[in-house]
Design a protein around this ligand. Structure first.
Ligand code: AMP
Ligand code: MN
Ligand code: MN
Ligand code: MN
Length: 277
């Protein structure tokens, strides 16, 4: 039987719907043999997840997904096999959390101007582990019936350029890569096709990533089709980067993306786990 690897997913430590324990139980139900938890800008879920994974015989990898800035856009850098306690990583997470709190205050102000009060108070009550995300605001808007779904909340208020959107300059790409490397981890470009770059710009991003010490890209993610996988495998080989695979699972409510429901890596790439095994 082929082994199932899922090296990108979220828990309630950031914007996921499941607790670390519930997530690992789902991974076991889905016959996953290796799982990495990669919450946005936090390692707060890792200890609980690791404990449960050990009990259920899942090979657990410590991970994170860092919000980084490259030129004018936000890019996500997954770090795998990190030491969560490392100073460099702790310092970077603290900076990102401050940026997120400042952004959250501004989002709440924009919502208040639209006649939607008290968003910050609600969000602060529901955030368990410091990483305040736009998903928390979306959940607030749904729970108070301002919108009926999370995706409507993004379409109307929270998505890029929408009425309660607040742009943020995240940590520079190079900082994210360096902190992951300092913490002994592997930096990986998450979901490369989601940034909607032209081929020229994609090559520029991958060149900058590689130059700064980046080591892998996600070649397989939850919703990619075979053509996109081939394109990404070619980029991996062209830039001599290893290949990762991850569903980016957030919630059972999104029926399109399930934990561990990912295609196997194509044969012509180097699997990222070979870098630490
Ligand atoms: P943030 O990092 O706080 O800007 O929040 C971004 C998160 O919002 C992403 O990691 C996704 O999980 C989620 N997200 C972004 N766009 C959408 C959307 N259109 N519908 C649902 N979730 C979204
Ligand atoms: Mn997310
Ligand atoms: Mn992401
Ligand atoms: Mn993610």
């Amino acid at each position: 039987m082929t082994q199932i690897y899922d090296l990108h997913c979220h828990s309630t430590a950031s914007d996921g719907a499941l607790s670390p324990t519930a997530l690992i139980k789902r991974a076991a139900e889905n016959a996953i043999s290796m799982l990495a938890l990669t919450d946005h800008d936090t390692v707060a879920g890792l200890t609980e997840a690791k404990k449960c994974a050990d009990e259920l015989n899942i090979n657990f990898i410590n991970g994170i997904e860092i919000s980084a800035q490259w030129e004018k856009i936000g890019v996500h850098i997954v770090g795998l096999n990190i030491d969560p306690q490392h100073d460099a990583l702790q310092k970077l997470m603290a900076e990102l959390h401050i940026m997120r709190i400042e952004r959250a205050e501004k989002i709440a102000q924009k919502l208040a101007k639209k006649g939607i009060p008290d968003a910050l108070e609600f969000v602060q009550k529901t955030v368990t582990n410091e990483t305040i995300t736009r998903v928390h605001f979306a959940n607030f808007l749904v729970s108070q019936a301002y919108v009926s779904t999370v995706s409507e909340a993004f379409d109307r208020y929270l998505g890029d350029g929408k009425s309660a959107y607040v742009s943020t300059t995240w940590t520079p790409l190079e900082n994210a890569i360096q902190a992951i490397r300092d913490a002994g981890g592997i930096p990986i470009v998450a979901h490369p096709l989601r940034y909607k770059l032209t081929a020229t710009r994609m090559k520029k991003l991958l060149g900058a990533f590689k130059n700064a010490g980046g080591l892998a890209i996600e070649v397989v993610t939850g919703r990619y089709n075979p053509d996109e996988m081939r394109i990404l495998a070619n980029y991996a080989n062209q830039f001599e980067l290893a290949a990762s695979v991850g569903s980016d699972f957030h919630s059972p409510e999104n029926v399109w993306i399930e934990l561990g429901r990912v295609a196997p890596l194509p044969n012509n790439v180097k699997p990222v786990w070979e870098l630490w095994q």
